[in-house]
Ligand binder design. Structure first.
Ligand code: BGC
Length: 363
C-alpha cells in the first residue's frame, strides 16, 4: 500500500470495523470471525474506546464504558467477596472475581482458558479517564463501577493472575502492575480516590519505579512487549527514566524484527509467535515520546509495516506469521482453531491511534 488514498481507505475501513462490531449494548466483539474471539474484553475494548475518543466518536466510546460498568455493577457482590478473600490471603473464587472476557450480554465467557486477569480493569479505569479528558462524560453508574474497581484492585494487587496474553496465571505480572497503577492514578484524576486506593497506588509505584529494568515478573529473565504500555499510553514513568530506557532497549534488541514487526516475548508459541501490529504501534508510541534521532522515521516505518499487513478487504490481523519465532508451532493452532484472528478490532484501533500520533488524517 503506497498511495495516501489507499491509506485513507484503510483508516476509514478501520473505523468502520470498530463501529460495525459494536453491539447495541456497547460491547465490542474482539475478533468477529475467529472461533475463539466472539467475546468482549475489558482490555481490547478500552484501547478501542481510546481510538474512538481520538476520532471524536465520544458517543460510541461512552457506550462501551456504559457496557463495562453494567458488567462490573452486575458482579458487585462477587467482587466484594473477592475483596474479602484477598484480605484473608485467599485466591478469590471463580464465581466472584471479574472475568477477562464476557459475552456481549455480559455473561462470563468460557473457562477453558484462564479467566482471571487484573490488567483489564486497570486499563478500563485508565480508558474511562481518557474519555473524560477528551470531553466525554462519566455517568453516576460509571463512577460507582470505577470506585468499586479501584477498591478491588487495591485489595487484589498482589494476587497472582494471568497476564495480558491470558498466560501464566500463577504470577504477578509487571505489565499488570503497570495497568493497575495507571488505573489507580485514573481513580485519583476522576476524583474517586479513597485511602485504600491511594495506599495501593503508592505501593505499586514503589514496586515499579526505581527498578533497573522491567521483566515479565519479578525473577523472570524475559522481557515482554506489553511493558511498553507502561510508558505509552499509561505514562506511569517518563520515557527517559532509566527503567523505561533499559526496558525499551531490550525490547528493541530482542523483540523487534528488521522490518518493524514486534513480537510479544521470545518464547511465545501461540500461532508460532508472530509479530503483532498492535505491538508495533506500542513501540512507535514510545519512540514518538522519546524523540531520539530517527525515532519519528521508525514510527512511520511501523505504520507502513502495519498497512502492509492488511488483506484485500483492508482487514488487519492479530499477528502475522512471516517472521514467526516458532514457525513449527503454527500448524497445531490452525488445526485446532482455524486461521488466527483477522480482523482484530484492537489492531484496527491501534492503527488509528498511531495515525493520530503521527498527525495524519483520521476518519
Ligand atoms: C490476547 C489478549 C486479547 C484477546 C482478544 C488474546 O489472544 O492474548 O490480549 O485480549 O486475544 O483479542
Amino acid at each position: 500500500m503506497t498511495h495516501e488514498a489507499d491509506r485513507r481507505d484503510l483508516a476509514a475501513h478501520s473505523l468502520d470495523v470498530l463501529l460495525r462490531w459494536q453491539t447495541d449494548g456497547g460491547a465490542f466483539i474482539a475478533g468477529p470471525t475467529f472461533s475463539q474471539y466472539g467475546f468482549s474484553w475489558f482490555r481490547d475494548g478500552s484501547f478501542i474506546a481510546e481510538a474512538l475518543d481520538l476520532c471524536g466518536r465520544l458517543e460510541e466510546a461512552g457506550r462501551f464504558h456504559a457496557w463495562a460498568s453494567r458488567v462490573i455493577l452486575d458482579g458487585a457482590a462477587g467482587m466484594e467477596r473477592a475483596i474479602v478473600a484477598a484480605g484473608e490471603g485467599r485466591v478469590p473464587d471463580g464465581c466472584d472475581y471479574l472475568h477477562c472476557r464476557y459475552t456481549v450480554d455480559g455473561e462470563p465467557g468460557p473457562d477453558d482458558w484462564p479467566t482471571f486477569q487484573l490488567d483489564g480493569p486497570g486499563i478500563w479505569l485508565w480508558s474511562l479517564d481518557h474519555h473524560v479528558r477528551c470531553g466525554g462524560t462519566m455517568t453516576v453508574d460509571e463512577a460507582a463501577a470505577a470506585r468499586l474497581v479501584g477498591t478491588y484492585l487495591a485489595a487484589l494487587r498482589d494476587t497472582p493472575a494471568a497476564d495480558a496474553w491470558e498466560e501464566a496465571p500463577d504470577r504477578v505480572h509487571t505489565s499488570t502492575r503497570g495497568a493497575m497503577l495507571a488505573g489507580l492514578r485514573a481513580i485519583a484524576a476522576l476524583g474517586l480516590d479513597e485511602p485504600a486506593t491511594a495506599d495501593a497506588r503508592d505501593a505499586l509505584e514503589r514496586q515499579l519505579i526505581g527498578r533497573r529494568v522491567w521483566a515479565k515478573w519479578d525473577g523472570s529473565d524475559a522481557v515482554d512487549a506489553s511493558l511498553l504500555w507502561l510508558i505509552a499510553p499509561y505514562g506511569t514513568v517518563d520515557v527517559h527514566a532509566p527503567v523505561a530506557a533499559a526496558t525499551v532497549a531490550r525490547i528493541e534488541a530482542e523483540l523487534e524484527d528488521d522490518d518493524g514487526g514486534v513480537h510479544r516475548y521470545r518464547d511465545d508459541t501461540y500461532y508460532g509467535g508472530g509479530a503483532w501490529p498492535l505491538l508495533s504501534v506500542a513501540l512507535a508510541r514510545v519512540r514518538l515520546l522519546r524523540d531520539a534521532p530517527g525515532d519519528r522515521e521508525l514510527a512511520r516505518r511501523a505504520l507502513a509495516w502495519i498497512e502492509a499487513q492488511a488483506d484485500a478487504h483492508g482487514d488487519l490481523p492479530e499477528q502475522t506469521p512471516t517472521l514467526s519465532l516458532h514457525p513449527e508451532r503454527i500448524e497445531e493452532w490452525t488445526a485446532a482453531w482455524g486461521p488466527s484472528a483477522r480482523p482484530l478490532l484492537w489492531s484496527h484501533a491501534t492503527y488509528l491511534i498511531l495515525r493520530r500520533e503521527l498527525g495524519l488524517w483520521l476518519p
